[in-house]
Design a protein around this ligand. Structure first.
Ligand code: GTP
Ligand code: MG
Length: 416
């Protein structure tokens, strides 16, 4: 469906701010959603119009553009109030949506796992509910995916109460999956490998990086699309010392990520809170790297991430043509430059990860009785072995490990 994209700005804002790049991003989002963007326009307004968001003159211009291009939808880069959305739709005679709605639709389309799908539905219901706030009627404005089949006539007739019931059902289903996962985490923690979360702006190259680290280029779906990854995946990665760590690749962030989505995806995103280290992946080749850095930081803060060491990884170093662009990698962020595509710098990144993980690891020594091959293997996998000597009593290993891991291994070596 042909779609017009609109960014509106207040006149008094300084020109050349985030508007243009945000609009380009909206273009890519629209394409990702299967729409056909045909035109993007920026309008500057004196003040927000409570009824139609932009002034009536601008609405007329937009209407002419809709007729000229034959567009079937108009998407605003800013969040519209429910009444504004309805009024605009009436005035323009086509579907009108906003950026949060578009992102929520994309999540709904791309989620693959049961949890991902449930979370996307939850985000949609919450979004709908917030649109209903203060309005007594039915949800007659709520439709399917923008431009989707039957848009406009297939009205979902839930009232607010039905919506609330649905939301709480979804929440308890998600809660159940979350419990299941924390049991799994408990099991995983019985061989406590360090946990590393890969986070970053959408399209920064997180999945490509994890694929390179696992040596399986086609392991996780990576693509030049926004939100290629929606469902997290965890892989074992070998560190330079020979030990293993678990790396988790997860959903990318974006500026103006709808609050309803963050709330709905909390269960997935909370995994980040349990990690020992965060790799914040940046796209160094993007002129928007700084803006993206801020957006990711703000989202991590909103999730409640605190006190976990972060390595700022600057990816796509191979694609940087303009040195002025690359200049944005401030030294205070202690940037680690890599290319997940060619592998340049990845070993350095692994070494840096190991150093960061080892900060809370102590030095230990343990004598393992001969015949406990399984235990020796485990020490090699979950710790950093520095030295090994073999005597009549068994193998004596000197290694670095987390205090919890050492306590557990010591118990096992003692035979219980
Ligand atoms: N030139 C270059 N391209 C890269 C590099 N790393 C990733 N890419 C490309 O960037 C695009 C996005 O990569 P992904 O790995 O899917 O990015 P992501 O961060 O997982 O993105 P989402 O899952 O959408 O959040 C793909 O087309 C990759 O081939 C790199 O180091 N150099
Ligand atoms: Mg990805």
């Amino acid at each position: 469906m042909k779609t017009i994209l609109v960014a509106a700005e207040l006149k008094k804002r300084t020109p050349g701010t985030a508007g243009e790049s945000s609009l380009d991003e909206l273009w890519r989002l629209a394409e990702t959603a299967g729409l056909e963007p045909v035109k993007k326009i920026s309008v500057r307004v004196q003040a927000w119009n409570p009824a139609t968001f932009i002034g009536s003159g601008k609405v007329e211009e937009l209407k002419a553009l809709v007729e000229e291009t034959g567009a079937g939808a108009v998407i605003f880069d800013e969040e519209l109030g429910p009444a504004q959305q309805r009024n605009l739709e009436r005035a323009l005679g086509v579907t009108v949506a906003d950026r949060p709605r578009l992102i929520i639709d994309i999540f709904a389309m791309r989620a693959r796992t049961r949890e991902g799908k449930l979370q996307a539905r939850l985000a949609r219901f919450n979004y709908s509910l917030s649109r209903l706030a203060g309005k007594g009627g039915s949800m007659d404005q709520q439709r399917g995916v923008i431009g989707g089949k039957g848009s406009g006539e297939k009205k979902i007739d839930y009232d607010r109460r039905t919506l609330r019931v649905k939301i709480s059902e979804l929440e308890s289903e998600i809660e159940a999956i979350k419990k299941e996962r924390s049991t799994q985490r408990g099991k995983r923690d019985s061989v406590p490998m360090p946990q590393v979360s890969i986070v970053g702006y959408t399209n920064a190259g997180k999945s490509t990086l994890l694929n390179f680290l696992t040596g399986n280029r086609h392991g996780i779906y990576a693509d030049d699309k926004l939100f290629a990854t929606l469902d997290p995946s965890t892989k074992r990665v070998r560190l330079p010392s020979g030990g293993w760590a678990l790396f988790t690749d997860t959903v990318g962030f974006i500026q103006k990520l709808p609050h309803d989505l963050i709330t709905a995806f909390r269960a997935t995103l909370e995994e980040i809170l349990y990690s020992d280290l965060i790799l914040h992946v940046h796209d160094l080749s993007s002129p928007e790297a700084k803006l993206q850095h801020e957006a990711v930081k703000a989202t991590l803060e909103e999730l409640g991430v605190k006190g976990i060491p972060v390595i700022n990884v600057f990816n796509k170093a191979d694609a940087v043509k303009d040195p002025a662009v690359a200049a944005w990698a401030p030294q205070r962020l202690r940037p680690v430059l890599v290319s997940a595509l060619t592998g340049t710098g990845v070993n350095g990144l692994l070494a840096a990860s190991e150093r960061a993980l080892a900060l809370r690891w102590g030095d230990y020594e343990l004598t393992v009785p001969a015949g406990s091959k399984g235990l020796i293997k485990e020490i090699y996998e979950a710790c950093m072995v520095k030295e090994a000597s073999y005597g009549t009593e068994g193998a004596t290993l000197k290694f670095k490990a987390t205090p919890e891991n050492y306590a557990r291994l010591k118990k096992r070596a003692a035979g219980n």
